[in-house]
Design a protein around this ligand. Structure first.
Ligand code: SF4
Ligand code: SF4
Ligand code: SF4
Length: 425
């Protein structure tokens, strides 16, 4: 296999095709700390793209409850177990070396384990390009099974009678909501797996699509996408997946004067946990320096948003601010070694980070650039023994054409309703 560079792993890795990168990449950041699992995002996608016959069990966007829930059921645990077995057979210890981290090039250090592409090389899987499995129909049938089910006390499954279990930094009994859609990966396993070459990554925006006319429904993409985001449609006998609402990304929505718009699932988010847009790429696939782009800032400068299971090796373009109350070992497995620093920065945010966090879901237009206007100090407290100050700064967001599309203060405005309207609607 050719070698490509995976910056999330801090090293080169095997991938079936030569590296090729779009000029801009579709990217999103989710703040798991704020999600209320209302599923508005899920229904926004469903009612737009997957409401037809044969799509009844298809949820391109879903929100599942971790650690027990999953769509399809146990998708990540199953693959982690397969990967674990591959490591044991190859005699490789899958460890990260954070001491080799180097700014933006290797932000999380170096991953010394096997990716899903490399894990097939030493095994009886030479015909497969990546480690994977095909979920059963039953596993697809319950999109958020085990909703709101917390872990029990250690050694007593189901026992939630703890006394001090819900204090930070880590809860004894815990669960959290995980929002999922296709990551429009830089090294997509679905694309690599397709024997018909029916899957392609668009050169302008990095969106990964399945050509419905070429697909013959072999389901190799379903089997080998580690995130299980392509889905088979029984009525048409071909696979389908999230299309990143590309007409909106292209500025084709008549509501928005031709400006790129956030996708349906992003712009519908009630909890304001989502921010989506585009990042510019250099020719070698690295992110072009663009610190005033909010996504670049969150991932590369503040480093509070981390990729989901980077060790799988597809270089996913969805990033998550991890949930603060969850045991660190679980989070390290899920988001890699950047978790501790990310949570430290999120728990005591800098002035800039706090201001940028206000921009989440402030407009349907994609924010390409932001500015911060300094405001007065409004609050002071102590976090982890250090003084932390809050300023009422103003975050201003600009669209691709430079037009101002969002303006929010850190301190939320407080409105007192006139007595004239007391108890009326
Ligand atoms: S998440 Fe899966 S379906 Fe989406 S691009 Fe990556 S490998 Fe392909
Ligand atoms: S980006 Fe669009 S197509 Fe993809 S999950 Fe969200 S709403 Fe559905
Ligand atoms: S709409 Fe937002 S808050 Fe509601 S479930 Fe989706 S991601 Fe979570």
């Amino acid at each position: 296999m050719p070698e490509v560079h995976n910056w999330q792993l801090g090293r080169g890795m095997d991938y079936p095709y030569e590296a090729k990168f779009p000029s801009e990449q579709f990217v999103f950041v989710f703040n798991t700390n704020r999600c209320i699992a209302c599923q508005t995002c899920t229904m926004a996608c469903k009612s737009t793209w997957t409401f037809s016959k044969g799509q009844e069990y298809m949820w391109w966007n879903n929100v599942e409850t971790k650690p027990y829930g999953g769509y399809p059921q146990h998708w990540d645990i199953k693959l982690l177990e397969m990967l674990d077995k591959a490591h044991q057979e190859a005699g490789v210890r899958p460890i990260w070396d954070p001491s080799q981290s180097d700014g933006n090039n290797k932000p999380y250090g170096v991953y010394n384990g096997l990716t899903i592409f490399e894990a097939t090389l030493n095994r009886d899987l030479r015909d497969e390009v990546a480690l994977g499995y095909l979920p059963s129909d039953e596993e697809w049938s319950s999109p958020n099974i085990h909703e709101d089910t917390a872990t029990g006390l250690k050694g007593s499954p189901g026992d939630t009678s703890w006394k001090d279990g819900v204090e930070l930094p880590v809860h004894q009994g815990w669960f959290f909501y995980m929002q999922r859609l296709c990551n429009h990966c830089s090294y997509p396993a679905c694309l690599a797996a397709c024997p018909r070459k029916a899957i392609y990554k668009r050169p302008g925006d990095g969106i990964v699509l399945i050509d419905q006319a070429r697909c013959r429904g072999y389901r190799k993409c379903v089997q080998q996408c580690p995130y299980k985001k392509p889905m088979f449609r029984t009525t048409t006998r071909v696979s389908e997946k999230c299309i990143a609402c590309y007409p909106r990304i292209e500025g084709g929505d008549p509501l928005n004067d031709g400006l790129p718009m956030e996708t349906r699932c992003m712009s519908a988010c009630v909890g304001k946990i989502r921010m989506q847009g585009m990042v510019r790429l250099n020719e070698d696939g690295s992110w072009a320096n663009d610190p005033q782009n909010p996504l670049y800032y969150l991932v590369k400068v503040a480093k509070v948003a981390l990729p989901l299971y980077p060790q799988f090796g597809t270089q996913p373009n969805g990033y998550y601010i991890p949930p603060r109350w969850v045991p660190r070992g679980y989070l390290h497995q899920m988001f890699g070694p950047g978790v501790d620093e990310a949570l430290k920065r999120y728990a005591a945010p800098s002035r800039e980070l706090l201001a940028v966090l206000q921009l989440f879901r402030s407009t349907q237009t994609i924010i390409s650039k932001y500015e911060i206007i300094p405001g007065e100090k409004v609050y002071e407290t102590t976090i982890d023994g250090k003084t932390w100050e809050m300023y009422n700064d103003t975050a201003v967001g600009f669209a691709k054409n430079g037009r101002e599309v969002a303006r929010l203060n850190v301190e939320e405005p407080f409105h007192v309703r006139s007595n004239k309207y007391f108890n009326s609607i």
